[in-house]
Each structure stands twice: as C-alpha cells, then as structure tokens.
Design a protein around this ligand. Structure first.
Ligand code: SF4
Length: 337
C-alpha cells in the first residue's frame, strides 16, 4: 500500500464530552493521532469505547443537543501545507459542508440509515455531486452511473433508477461507497462498514475498498470492533478503551507484539485460522465514562492490575519504535507527553 508520508489529518488532545444530568460523559478523552495521505489507519475497540464519536467529531457531526468538542484540535491539511482546524469551524457553516463529502466522506454500518428510502440511489448520488462539484444534471447522472460501475454494481444504467429497498444489503453498502467516493474525497471514514454483512459479502466489500484506495489514492480511517478486519485493512492501529487510545502501533506491533493487556484480551477473543483453541472473551464490560476516578479504566478487568493502576492514570509509554502503550507495566520505558 502506498504511503506518501504526507500529513492529511492531525488530531491533537481531542476531547468530546456529553453533558448529562448525572454528570459528564467523556466519550472521547484527550486522544491524539494522525493520518498520512493515502494510508489506512484502524481505530478498534468494543462498543462504547468512543471510536464512532471520534469520527463524528472529525466531521463535526456530534449530536448538538448534549455533546460538544470540549478541547483539542483536528487539523485537516487540504494542500499538505496549510491546515484548517475543523474544531474552530461552525458545524452548520459552509466551510464544514465543503469539507464533508468533498474532502472527507463517511460510510456507516447500516446503509439504510444514510440512504433515503423514497429517492432512487441514482438521485441520491446525483444530489451529492451537483452540490459539491457543481455538475449539470446530465453530467451528475453520468457520474452516478460511473460510480456504480466502479463499485462493481452490474447493469449500473438500470440500477441507477432503483430504490434502496430494491437492492440487497451488500449492494446497498456498495451504493454507499459509491456515494461517498463520488466527489473524490481525500479521506474516507468507514465506521463498521461490514458489520451488518455476512462474511462473503464482507470480504468482497473489504477487497473493493482496498482496490478503490489503490486506484484513487484516498486515505481510510477504518473503525471497527473487530481486530481481524483491521488486520486486513490497516497500516497502523489505534486501540481505544473508555474514550482513550490505550495502544498505538503498526499492524505487526499490535498483532504480534502487543504491550497492552486490553489489546491482548481483544486478540485472544478472535478466532485464528487453523487454531482449535477456545476463544477467551474479556471479562467484564466497558465502564460508564461518567465521572470516572483517576486510575487505569481497564483495572477492574485487568489480570495484571497493580496497586498504582487503581490510583493513578497511566501515561503513554514508548514501547517500540512506533508503538505506544498506556499501561503501568511499562513504567521503566520512556514516557511520551
Ligand atoms: Fe492493567 Fe495496570 Fe496496565 Fe491498566 S495500567 S492495563 S490495570 S496493568
């Protein structure tokens, strides 16, 4: 996979909080990561770990009634040089709308929540490209057909006039990808895009995304609870737990040399091809992130927990050339600020 090593997105100390009657939910709590042009990064964790709120924060789509970005910056480098701080933009303003779709596009787990049931799939793509690229109706229809063909939909000239309910789940996900890529975004955020699909269709969709990435050169931020899927897709992985990134590394670091007990637990809970070992689920559940005490949030579930783990939040420790783990087991290593 080509990696031009040019910075595309840089998230620094992002905090996205929800203000509820019983306290503040720190859905995303002080996370930092970056994505280079053309690369794929994975964000993995159990449901409720903050991975989807991270992606909604990048697009300024956090539900406005109770949630807001409480701190940090999200810098998007349109030309590789001069970044725009997305957190400083009005979430309803034109600048954000120009970034959404044209620069950064998103696909979700369930296409029916994003595809409008009363419009044909063609009209939905046409509307996006007319709005973002200023095409005429005829040009936009041709673009819609071209995009459906690109994502492997047979007879796109006919399918363009279908309604979402006339397509299978796998085809609807392809339409979502076609719609997301119709404006040639530089970054595609894929939030559990294959979770609702059976394994054969999942494999086809993952292949399709990799193929399109190779052809178009976009970067992908791939969000999933499934470390196995991440392994097939990503160059680098961020593992999230209770709103924090607890381990970062290359796919090799994470798969073969993981240093955080939570990541190790996730790995033990996925089936390995050819192995007959019993799967070991991580005991316990992700904590409710309302007013958590200062500690390692994983301590109640961690078999290695020590006294300090219950008293003090671990900082990030550098445990490899590109690998960082937020865990007191590595306190002899260099601390990363
Ligand atoms: Fe386990 Fe302590 Fe490391 Fe947390 S800091 S993961 S409790 S060993």
């Amino acid at each position: 996979m080509e990696n031009t090593n040019k910075k595309l997105l840089e998230v620094n100390n992002l905090k996205t909080y929800f203000y509820q009657e019983d306290g503040i939910v720190k859905a995303v709590d002080d996370i930092s990561f970056h994505i280079d042009k053309g690369e794929t990064i994975g964000i993995v964790g159990e449901s409720g770990c903050g991975k989807s709120i991270t992606s909604l924060s990048v697009l300024r789509l956090v539900p406005r009634n109770k949630g807001k970005i409480a701190g940090g910056t999200i810098k998007y480098y349109i030309d590789g040089e001069n970044p725009i701080d997305i957190t400083a933009l009005d979430p309803r303003g034109t600048e954000v709308r120009k970034i959404r779709g044209k620069e950064i596009a998103m696909i979700f787990q369930e296409p029916m929540t994003s595809l409008h049931p009363v419009f044909t799939v063609g009209n939905q793509i046409i509307e996006v490209v007319r709005l973002q690229l200023g095409m005429t109706k005829k040009e936009a229809r041709e673009r819609a057909i071209e995009m459906l063909r690109l994502v492997g939909i047979a007879s796109p000239e006919q399918r363009v006039d279908n309604y979402p309910h006339e397509l299978s789940g796998g085809m609807r996900q392809r339409v979502m990808i076609a719609m997301a890529l119709s404006c040639d975004p530089n970054l595609l955020i894929a939030d559990e895009p294959t979770t609702a699909l059976d394994v054969t269709i999942e494999a086809q969709i993952l292949d399709l995304m990799q193929d399109l990435q190779n052809r178009i050169g976009m970067a992908i931020m791939f969000i999933t609870h499934d470390l196995q899927v991440i392994g097939e897709m990503s160059d680098r992985v961020n593992v999230m737990y209770a709103g924090k990134i607890v381990e970062t590394g290359t796919i090799d670091d994470i798969y073969h040399n993981s240093k955080h007990p939570y990541t190790q637990g996730l790995l033990k809970s996925i089936p390995q091809i050819g192995e007959k070992k019993r799967l070991v689920p991580i005991k316990g559940t992700v904590p409710n992130t309302v007013d958590l005490p200062s500690s390692c949030y994983f301590a109640p579930r961690c078999e290695f927990a020590m006294e300090i783990c219950h008293k003090k939040e671990p900082p990030d420790f550098k445990v490899g050339s590109e690998q960082i783990a937020k865990c007191w087991l590595h306190k002899s290593r260099e601390e990363v600020s």
